[in-house]
Design a protein around this ligand. Structure first.
Ligand code: HQG
Length: 187
């Protein structure tokens, strides 16, 4: 793994889960001061300079980070476990969204639906390929289909993160289409 990728992973950790690891604080919208982050990362023995940070933001394959317009503040686009309210706008989703998971979770998902676990939201994608890649982080991917219109009709709010990930508080089982047995399903 290259050095920049390592640093990107550290940034994800600090900005989503453990700001305390280097002594930064996130405001209630998830933002932190770039200069302070650089100083505190160095003080903690895990330096990231400004050029590296800008490169990580620009080149992150999933566009994980957002800079404020004045480039003085940074936040993770999604994926937080710390309590933040990103104030993302509620948007009408495409009719179908996808969630990538693995077989060992499907019995529980069938029973309880999709739950956010330690993150703030359940993550859904607009295309199957992305969901497959998300599931494949854990093993043979299983892709679930979410019919969004019945959820919107029933008052569920979908939000769209800056990097294209769709976020929702949960997806009860009745809105989910799971493969009957194996690893794929078709719509
Ligand atoms: C599963 C990565 C049992 C769920 C990716 C998932 C994504 C349940 C796991 C982002 C369940 C949570 C998020 C239930 C859900 N019973 N298991 N009722 N409901 N699950 O990592 O969606 O590289 O918190 O299927 O690309 O896998 O970090 O969520 O397997 O966008 O930027 O519980 O993380 O992005 O796992 O991944 P996660 P996720 P980054």
């Amino acid at each position: 793994m290259d050095a920049l990728k390592d640093k990107s992973k550290m940034l994800s950790r600090w900005l989503r889960h453990r700001p305390d690891a280097i002594g930064i604080t996130l405001d209630k919208r998830g933002w932190t001061d770039v200069a302070e982050l650089i100083a505190k990362a160095a003080a903690a023995g895990t330096p990231i300079n400004r050029d590296e940070l800008l490169q990580i933001v620009a080149e992150s394959d999933k566009q994980r980070f957002t800079l404020s317009e004045d480039r003085l503040r940074i936040r993770a686009a999604q994926g937080h476990s710390v309590a933040v309210d990103l104030k993302l706008p509620v948007k009408t989703p495409p009719p179908v969204l996808y969630h990538g998971t693995v077989q060992r979770f499907t019995a529980s998902i069938r029973k309880h639906g999709l739950l956010p676990g330690r993150r703030q939201d359940v993550h859904l994608s607009a295309n199957r390929e992305t969901a497959e890649a998300v599931g494949a982080r854990r093993g043979e991917p299983v892709v679930l289909i979410i019919e969004t219109f019945p959820m919107v009709r029933d008052g569920y709010q979908f939000r769209h993160a800056d990097n294209g990930v769709w976020l929702i508080s949960s997806v009860p089982p009745q809105y989910l289409r799971l493969p009957e047995n194996g690893t794929s399903t078709t719509l």
